[in-house]
Design a protein around this ligand. Structure first.
Ligand code: BEZ
Length: 210
């Protein structure tokens, strides 16, 4: 069955480049990013994995654990890791699931047969500390993802989980936010004592809460 935002992320135990991992144990109390790669030794994936490894300190800052997936064996992942380090200048610093039996790919509906029945599409699942799915992205194999965007969404998700705000178009961390419609002006006075700007009754702009 398809996974939807708000669903509990399915748990699994799988072989990875750092040994056998249980997903929930790996996440602990952290947030998580689970993302798939169509296949080992493919060019776009090679660039994505190098970039994600380079960005790992940014994920760490946000208390997010990363785990990749590719539908090949662990030995193949280890060989590929050498190429990633050589060509991208960053060594892999998070586990890659060896999903040769497609167990996790099937669990997360990462194989879209009309695109390919052997390779995964490029899926991203952001999972909250409560193990609920917060975000899903699906890209075709030929388009590399933008991991700055993944970080940007995590910033928004972590902010909106704490405060009664939403984030507007192209928002970046530190920029103005929107007071959610469920909050009345009376309630907003308490939550945002420094005030806000009302453009329309439903469009109230407020400084990013800290
Ligand atoms: C790639 O990762 O480069 C790739 C994989 C499958 C199809 C096209 C590109």
């Amino acid at each position: 069955m398809a996974i939807r935002i708000g669903d509990t992320a399915p748990d699994f135990t799988a072989e990875t480049t750092t040994g056998t991992i249980n997903f929930y144990d790996y996440l602990g109390d952290s947030w998580g990013v689970l993302f798939s790669h169509p296949k080992d030794f493919t060019p776009v994936c090679t660039t994505e994995l190098g970039e994600t490894a380079r960005l790992k300190p940014e994920f760490d800052k946000r208390n997010v654990k990363i785990i990749g997936l590719s539908v090949d064996l662990s030995e193949s992942h280890h060989e590929w890791a050498k190429d990633i380090e050589e060509t991208q200048g960053t060594a892999l610093n998070f586990p890659i699931i060896a999903d040769h039996d497609k167990k996790v790919s099937d669990l997360y509906d990462m194989i879209h047969p009309n695109a390919s029945d052997t390779m995964t599409v490029r899926s991203v699942f952001v999972v909250g500390a409560d193990k609920k799915v917060k975000l899903m992205l699906t890209y075709p194999a030929s388009t590399g993802r933008n991991f700055d965007e993944v970080l940007r969404v995590i910033d928004s998700l972590q902010l909106t989980a704490k405060h009664s705000v939403a984030t507007p178009v192209n928002w970046k961390n530190g920029e103005d936010c929107i007071i959610v419609p469920a909050v009345t002006d009376e309630q907003a006075k308490e939550k945002f004592p420094d005030g806000w700007k009302t453009l329309k009754p439903y469009l109230r702009i407020v400084k990013q809460p800290s």
